[in-house]
Design a protein around this ligand. Structure first.
Ligand code: PGA
Length: 251
């Protein structure tokens, strides 16, 4: 059986100033040698400072978005090379907030993920159904389409992480039942295997995201094919994120 290294990823979204970088030292003090990978994705303004603050710790730094092009006339955007130059190793692409707020399609997400992989970084691709889609019984259809259309052909277990984030669970305090999480993660695992072959399909990490908190992390991490979490609100403070990391280590 393929052993997948677990990943606790924090997405700070549009939160965080220089003064908040002390969370890195606090997280490191709580988990100096974590038994899983730990990633924080701060706003772009903090990428360079966070990767400097995390030097010598096990904490990795990631970006929340990128432009698919290598350079050019794209005001306000960042290329993968710039993100790597700032010290990041991962890029979140296709978060539902970007799909909703910026009209990003799965084709856009795929182009970004291709750029991330070509640049030698790990693409953390987010997919997830809305409440309307779930209530209409369309969850697996939506997830299957987003997964197929958002992931590049050449993806491998070292370059791709998939995050299942039901849109209705993000920032709401609501989470799916453990059976619902197991169903979607099992479906994603099977789809990855069919698309990329057994080894890659078994090796890609699948994270759950949406209202993961210290109080529900352990039960979520006990679900088959949950290889970690993408955490928003509870990643902002080490006192919340550290117990989530602890729960992942113990799972
Ligand atoms: P949340 O966000 O943990 O605040 O629900 C998760 C996410 O959007 O990645």
């Amino acid at each position: 059986m393929t052993k997948r290294r677990k990943l606790a990823a924090g997405n700070w979204k549009m939160n965080g100033l220089g003064a908040d970088l002390d969370q890195i030292a606090r997280l490191d003090a709580a988990h100096p040698a974590p038994g899983c990978e730990v990633l924080i994705c701060p706003p772009a303004t903090l990428l360079e400072r966070m990767s400097a603050a995390a030097r010598g710790t096990a904490i990795m730094t990631g970006a929340q978005d990128c432009h698919p092009a290598a350079s050019g006339a794209h005001t306000g955007d960042l290329s993968v090379a710039m993100i790597a130059d700032a010290g990041a190793s991962h890029v979140i692409v296709g978060h539902s907030e970007r799909r909703a707020d910026h009209g990003e399609t799965s084709a856009d997400v795929r182009a970004k993920a291709e750029a991330v992989m070509a640049g030698g970084l790990v693409a953390l691709i987010c997919i997830g159904e809305t409440l309307d889609e779930r209530e209409a019984g369309r969850t697996l259809e939506v997830i299957g389409t987003q997964l197929r259309d958002s992931t590049p052909d050449g993806a491998g277990a070292d370059t791709l992480v998939v995050a299942y984030e039901p849109v209705w669970a993000i920032g709401t305090g609501r989470i799916p039942t453990l059976e619902q999480i197991a169903e979607v993660h099992g479906f994603i695992r099977a789809e990855l295997g069919a698309r990329f072959g057994g080894e890659t399909g078994a090796g890609v990490r699948i994270l759950y995201g949406g209202s993961v908190k210290p109080g529900n992390a352990a039960e979520i991490f006990g679900v088959d094919n949950v290889d970690g979490a993408l955490v928003g609100g509870a990643s902002l403070k080490a006192e919340d994120f550290a117990p989530i990391i602890a729960a992942l280590q113990e799972s």
